[in-house]
Design a protein around this ligand. Sequence first.
Ligand SMILES: Nc1ncnc2c1ncn2[C@@H]1O[C@H](COP(=O)(O)OP(=O)(O)OP(=O)(O)O)[C@@H](O)[C@H]1O
Length: 774
Amino acid sequence: MIPLRGVALSSSASDDLRSEQAYLTTLYGRLDSLRAQADDRLRGILLESGGTPQGRTQREAQRAHYAEQLAQMNAVENGLLFGRLDFAGGEAPLYIGRLGLSAEEHDRDPLLVDWRAPASRPFYLATAVSPDGVTRRRHLRTKGRVLTGIDDEVLDLQDGAAAGGREDVTGEAALLAALTANRTGRMRDIVETIQAEQDEVIRAGLAGVMVVQGGPGTGKTAVALHRAAYLLYTYRQQLTKQGVLILGPNPTFLRYISQVLPSLAETGVLLATLGDMFPGVRARAVEPSAAAAVKGRLVMLDVLAQAVADRQTVPETFAEVDHDGYPLRIERAVLEDARAAARRSGRPHNVARAMFVTEAIHALSLQIAERIGTDPLGGENLLSEADLAETRRELREDVDVQRALFDFWPVLTPRQVLRDLLSDADRLESAGAALTAGERALLLRDRDAKWTPADVPLLDELAELLGVDDTLRAREAARQRREAVDYAEGVLEILAGSRSLDFEDQEEEILSALDVVEAGAFVERHEVLDTRTAAERAAADRTWVFGHVIVDEAQELSPMAWRLLMRRCPSRSMTVVGDVAQTSELAGTTTWEQVFEPYVGQRWNLVELTVNYRTPSEVMAVAADVLAAVDPALEPPRSVRSAGVAPWSLRVPAVALAAEVIAAVRVEAAEAGEGRVGVLVPEGREADLGRALVEAVPGAAVGEQPDLLNQVALMTVRQAKGLEFDAVVVVEPDEIIAESPRGLSDLYVAVTRATRRLGVLHTADLPKVLSSLA
Ligand SMILES: Nc1ncnc2c1ncn2[C@@H]1O[C@H](COP(=O)(O)OP(=O)(O)OP(=O)(O)O)[C@@H](O)[C@H]1O
């Protein structure tokens, strides 16, 4: 590192700084002029109006293009340039940054190469042993538009060894600076210091399922996000249209990672939790994990199919309706036949309904024919085919008949079926024969209970089982269009009216809007163009098929949740990152084979990340004991650094626990300085300790969605999934273990959240797995 101030610089170092600063200034100059150009063009487009529908579509596409360009250029204002490669043999150096820039359009020698371009790859991969033609890798540090420092790595075996460079990391100084910086409550991008094993994952091809297994802190989340940016850059056309989905474990986590893609100038990605995956539902309620576990099992497929079948009913013996002044008996057998025919069609419930109605009406029309058309002389029925058709039409239009048939085979929505099922013990018993009585009891809840994330795959499955009757959809679309045309006719009438006022004393014929356009065409011209991005449209459409799906903390997803995701990604172009040692959810997985075998057989790739960038070695030594208890076969990831601070534990009297938590938070907050402190507690203590903490430390973040921007946040381990803090205080580890059959994994998650300091507060004996802290 060459500091700018404080230490006298050698003349060559200060020359370097001066010339790199000059280059940086040139880059910003170019960025400014491109930004001004895009801004001008955008303004021009916004001022235009009218034109043909095609013209408007083109204009809209241009508007979106320039708006995106501007957003991208604004996003890279900070950290535009961060690297330089020098090559052997006098080749011109390459500058690497967040965006590609050329002096002129289509210039072959770029001023700045996008970090995702193939040419940038040696910046992440070249080593002294395998330099790939690179003689020097330079990290350039900037603040705003000012260069603040330079780190050089000479990729020469001898010089590298002399400088004590490590072979296992690239850009060591820049990496350590990033890893030891205070946390801010928002994840930062790692584009300047991506490591070789991470780069392999980020730049893997688009096709197929790639599973990235790695212990805590190995950068799985970071890699997943950078991979999204890489894929969007490399396969832009395809992915901009279809969109990329990133699924994270909870809203707090999504907020935590929300800045990373925008800082990489990518915004077209849908970030969602499982609870967001059914449009119109924001499933946020918390339920006992045992209930979620039942909902996550594939046995629910039978339960749901039966719940739908149970809505297709028949009367005990018959039902009677009034038709055309006569009582009409609808026999059980008629409905049974109609039901059997509709079920045999194999169509979803709402689609098969039309067949049920047709069959029932056909049978009823024969019944009527028998009553009124029987030939007293014993000949053929007196009603002609046309009479029968007329009878069927009358039956079809008879509101009483319609209502009766609706009751026996109603149009259903997923929400209605699931709500009815989960709030009615009888329905549950009937549909849930495949469950035990205990499991059914776990599912039973109030009718007005709020949706939980585990409900979402069930809603999605029901949507498949129920289907949408296209004739109903077409009827609704036709109705909307009729309304629009009526409205347009109204508008055109007003125009016609104004003509007679304005021009009544003029001789020549003046064409009004009404003369040149009929209402239908008028509607077409004024239909609103869908200007939403693929991500926005995908969020609103349950059947949207994504170009690529990235799943984080994937070990937590249940088999039912995987079904939902696979439906959203029939191409199976997926990146799945997780750690089977950290699984908390009872319905989650502890082996990846189990997840993918049913969908892709053996056709998935497993990549492992092995270096822990988050947790220092002192903390990781504690975590390794916990991991050994989870599964002795699992290897802890290797810490890339030590923090020089020993983890601590403190036994406190039970009555003083809250006071001790507060005291520990104060000490840790002082130690953390600008950094963040996380207090991780058992679920059973969250409310009480949260209350006590907020009273003593105003502004501390607690509750369902703690705001991580606060310096101190208290939460359960489940909420802390994927997060990190400079200092972590784990409270009552034995209770964390006891709270769940996966309690040891939860404790493993808890002790691996710290980037610097770890402390444990306990009132009972320390659990054996933490005995190294005693
Ligand atoms: N190459 C890198 N350069 C700089 N920082 C990195 C790098 N790789 C990872 N990190 C940092 O290490 C920390 C851990 O990364 P991340 O959260 O992605 O790990 P993870 O594997 O998802 O962990 P967990 O399984 O605990 O959720 C983050 O602060 C991340 O920014």
